[in-house]
Design a protein around this ligand. Structure first.
Ligand SMILES: *Cc1c(COP(=O)(O)O)cnc(C)c1O
Length: 361
């Protein structure tokens, strides 16, 4: 017997933020940027009530959800495509745009899935240098050549938490060769309150060579259901529909996403909670010589260069207490940890644990 041969694909497989530990029963997961407040009460209700007709296939085109999205975000129904997480949209974009030998540009410390899906279809991933953990427009432009097909950008960026402001984004699009697709990933858009920030969707709704990504995994609290959406020119979206797996978004995800969009109150509460705790945690970390990005999304990139303990030491000590932070090795960032803002109880436990570790008791 022999295993038939398959392609060898040279990628670092994505390792999700840790979620379980063997020894400890109480696990506080602050490693994957999920919703601090869990599920919207409206979604909880629908999960109990709705007749889900699970034996029947879901709507392959997510019509009702897209209708709701187009109304809520004031954008065109025909330019929306839903995916099993925005993750799947990234995958489909790579399948649609890239052939072996093509190049994509990603910032040095960006979300890992851009490079994973690009490499799977044979494209070369070119990294643009960042300045103090912030994306540099000029460095991106410097990397463009005839082979460049896509520039991927999460704004604000995961894991650094930095962002390009409105002017910088417009500048990037203006300087970038117009044949290159700019993909702007708005995953953390809802958390952003800075005046100089604009989401990709708000800025480029009508721009033919910009494609926007949105997700229900973060503030909407539906990470476990896998649902996100993309927005772009109708020609691109039509082509994506042609290659899309027919029933990529399951029925439960569609129902819950529709419901989550209605709960303005929950989103408001989540934003407020995020701001309060982000500030509190950032200030307390500063006292220990642990510094981070300006407050932006629902996480902080904690830098231990001025702390008397290393990131790795703190990560292990926290893990022994059942508290999980994201290590940054796979992103190539040294001596840093990414902390997701949790619910109030989780944040208090984290702060107390840090106090004890720093005081070495
Ligand atoms: C979390 C995250 C996503 C969301 O991915 P889903 O597949 O929708 O869960 C997308 N982009 C970035 C930058 C993220 O951090």
């Amino acid at each position: 017997m022999a295993v038939p041969t398959f392609k060898k694909i040279d990628i670092d497989t994505y390792k999700p933020g840790k979620s379980n530990l063997k020894k400890n029963r109480l696990v506080i997961k602050l490693s994957a940027n999920e919703s601090a407040l869990g599920l919207s009460p409206r979604v909880k209700k629908i999960l109990k009530q709705k007749n889900l007709t699970i034996p029947k296939y879901p709507d392959s085109k997510c019509r009702e959800l897209r209708n709701k999205i187009s109304k809520k975000f004031n954008c065109e129904y025909n330019k929306i495509i839903c995916g099993s997480g925005s993750d799947e949209i990234i995958q489909m974009l790579c399948q649609l745009f890239l052939k072996p030998g093509d190049e994509v540009i990603v910032p040095q410390y960006s979300f890992l899935m851009y490079r994973v899906y690009s490499k799977i279809v044979g494209a070369r991933v070119i990294f643009s240098r960042e300045k103090s953990f912030k994306v540099s427009v000029d460095e991106i432009i410097n990397k463009v050549n005839k082979k460049t097909k896509i520039v991927f950008l999460a704004n604000p960026n995961n894991p650094t938490g930095t962002y390009l402001d409105k002017k910088e984004l417009i500048n990037l699009r203006r300087k970038l060769n117009k044949k290159v697709l700019l993909v702007i990933d708005d995953a953390y858009q809802e958390y952003m309150i800075a005046k100089e920030y604009s989401s990709g969707l708000d800025l480029f709704k009508k721009t033919e060579n910009v494609f926007i990504l949105r997700t229900f995994s973060k503030i909407y609290g539906l990470a476990g259901l896998r649902i996100g959406w993309g927005y772009g020119h109708k020609k691109i979206v039509d082509a994506l529909y042609n290659i899309k797996p027919p029933f990529n978004v399951n029925k439960l995800a569609q129902f819950c996403a529709i419901e989550s969009l209605k709960d303005k109150n929950f989103i408001k509460k989540s934003i407020k909670h995020n701001l309060i705790w982000n500030n509190k945690i950032k200030n307390e970390m500063n006292k220990y010589g642990i510094f981070s990005n300006k407050i932006s999304a629902n996480f902080l990139l904690l830098n231990f260069n001025n702390c008397r303990f290393s990131a790795e030491y703190i990560r292990k000590r926290l893990e022994n207490k059942g508290i999980l932070l994201r290590e940054m090795k796979s992103y190539g960032i040294k001596n840093c940890l990414r902390l997701t803002i949790g619910n109030s109880k989780e944040n208090k436990i984290f702060l107390k644990a840090m106090r004890l570790i720093i005081k070495d008791v």
